[in-house]
Write a protein that binds this ligand. Structure first.
Ligand SMILES: Nc1ncnc2c1ncn2[C@@H]1O[C@H](COP(=O)(O)OP(=O)(O)OP(=O)(O)O)[C@@H](O)[C@H]1O
Ligand SMILES: [Mg+2]
Length: 256
């Protein structure tokens, strides 16, 4: 479904070159839900933007549905992105002048889907995320958690191969965060959509079956993932990870 081969990325600031990702390599299978973990500045958003085709890596290959998106030109990439990739942002990024339902429908407007079909699909997704009754309201009339449900519904409407979420619960309180994660997990189950979720929160990561960790632009994780060391905002290095501990979705977040 998603495969990275030797992905490196550098930013140029004048004469200075800052390498922020080093030979990143991993695979995500169809229907998997993975957490991308790491401390601030470790390169999570950069990696997510590369995988979502919003930027091109300095080196390497990114395969989505067997297509190397690094090789694509701007136009082809834009078309591919619309069809295969969904994105959920920390700040929801809804359009304030459109209703909740119209926001969810929007990606299909660009695909020339008929208004009645768009509307039906948007309503189905809003029901699935538990805010069908808010369809006619505007984003500003919703709570943060409700706005993020709109954004999740919008990301799903094109039935993308993979959804990338950059700290989707970063602006939410713990209870709402749990609700949003639960919704994404239920959608992952029922629709078999692949999710890659960037998070700072160990509690969020612990609920995913698989976790990938970045530290200073390097991949930390072993292929079969072990539970990250709890506590502290700084990502632990590989040697501090307990080995052989598999993370299961049951008993999530509890370290006994
Ligand atoms: N457009 C840019 N130009 C130059 N440097 C950048 C740019 N974007 C990010 N960086 C640098 O790349 C590194 C990784 O940034 P990135 O945003 O990917 O980190 P992050 O893991 O998402 O952090 P956070 O958890 O704080 O969101 C940082 O050192 C950052 O300063
Ligand atoms: Mg970030």
């Amino acid at each position: 479904m998603l495969r990275l081969e030797n992905v490196s990325h550098s930013f140029k600031n004048g004469n200075e070159v800052l390498k922020v990702l080093h030979n990143i390599q991993f695979e995500v299978q169809k229907g998997e839900m993975i957490a991308l973990l790491g401390s601030s500045g470790s390169g999570k958003s950069t990696l997510l933007n590369l995988m979502a085709g919003l930027m091109k890596p300095t080196e390497g290959h990114i395969y989505i549905a067997d297509q190397d998106i690094v090789k694509y030109g701007e136009n082809k990439l834009a078309v591919f992105r619309r069809k295969h990739i969904g994105f959920i942002f920390q700040a929801y990024e809804l359009i304030p002048t459109l209703t909740v339902r119209e926001n969810v429908e929007l990606p299909l407007v660009f695909q020339s889907v008929s208004p009645s079909k768009r509307r039906k699909k948007a309503m189905e997704l809003l029901e699935m995320t538990g805010i069908g009754d808010k369809a006619a309201l505007y984003p500003s009339q919703l709570s943060g958690g409700q706005q993020q449900r709109v954004s999740i519904s919008r990301s799903l409407i094109t039935e993308p191969s993979v959804i990338f979420a950059d700290e989707p619960t970063g602006n939410l309180d713990t209870k709402t965060e749990e609700e949003i994660i639960r919704i994404m997990m239920a959608l992952n189950e029922s629709m078999n959509t692949t999710f890659v979720i960037v998070t700072h929160e160990m509690e969020v990561a612990a609920q995913m079956k698989k976790t990938i960790m970045l530290r200073d632009g390097y991949l930390v994780q072993p292929e079969e993932y072990t539970r990250p060391a709890a506590g502290g905002s700084k990502a632990p290095n590989a040697s501090s990870l307990p080995s052989g501990v598999e993370v299961h979705s049951e008993g999530a977040g509890e370290v006994s």
